[in-house]
Design a protein around this ligand. Structure first.
Ligand SMILES: [Zn+2]
Ligand SMILES: [Zn+2]
Length: 237
């Protein structure tokens, strides 16, 4: 592939695969670092505990592997896994560099989908990656270089309003429309205490509820002790 003449989709398809490989290498490095951390005599309280392992620690571990047969027999695999993943990550970075450089030379539109969420123009959107947790993005290289309208046509009206501030409302409002549609399915009496004639049975093991003043149908209470009406579909009348 000639990078200078490649399409945005061609370049981003490669980058999306490199991004996936980078994630795998990052995970493998993290795993082997934890193995090294433990091999050095540190305890891990849980599988989520953050560890601090400096370059000097790794160098000390490497030196011990070389000088101590017993230690080597038990922990060589951790060092090998660490070296392999580190080399794989370096390969990814090297392969991606000219592709990133080409994007910097002639930037194009990009689209990243958060599964079950919105489409963002980059993986650095301020509405994502909250609470120190990295958001999982699916790169959509097939719409790279295309307009927001084309991305909406391909993936639905789920554009992030923060990433696409000038996008028309109808390109961003899928979830709002879904919520409205869902709310419209329920009787407006849901959640209220609008019982017919103010009569409601509560506090019993079963059969709590009454007749809804909005739709006339029978509705349960939200819980045994609650007087609020459970969410319900309007009675057909
Ligand atoms: Zn965004
Ligand atoms: Zn009702």
């Amino acid at each position: 592939m000639n990078i200078a003449t490649a399409t945005p989709t061609e370049i981003d398809t490669l980058l999306a695969e490199l991004y996936r490989r980078q994630g795998a290498s990052d995970a493998a490095i993290a795993q082997s670092r934890r193995a090294i951390y433990r091999a050095l005599g540190n305890r891990l309280a849980s599988s989520r505990q953050r560890i601090t392992l400096t370059d000097a620690d790794v160098a000390a571990f490497r030196a011990r592997i070389e000088g101590d047969q017993m230690f080597r027999g038990r922990h060589l695999h951790a060092l090998e896994a660490f070296d392999k993943a580190t080399a794989a990550l370096a390969d990814v970075v090297a392969e991606a560099a000219p592709l990133h450089a080409e994007y910097d030379r002639r930037p194009w539109s990009r689209f990243f989908l958060v599964p079950g969420g919105h489409i963002h123009s980059s993986m650095h959107c301020s509405t994502c990656n909250r609470n120190g947790k990295a958001t999982a993005f699916a790169w959509l290289p097939e719409v790279s270089g295309q307009t927001e309208a084309e991305a909406v046509a391909a993936h639905g009206s789920v554009l992030c309003t923060s990433c696409y501030p000038s996008a028309p409302l109808s390109w961003t409002d899928f979830y709002e429309r879904e919520a409205e549609r869902k709310a419209a399915e329920y009787c407006s009496g849901s959640g209220t205490t609008d019982w017919e004639d103010g009569k409601v049975r509560t506090g019993f093991m079963a059969g709590n509820g009454g007749y809804c003043a909005h739709c006339g149908g029978w509705a349960g209470t939200a819980s045994r002790s609650s007087r609020a009406m459970r969410k319900h579909k309007p009675a057909k009348g």
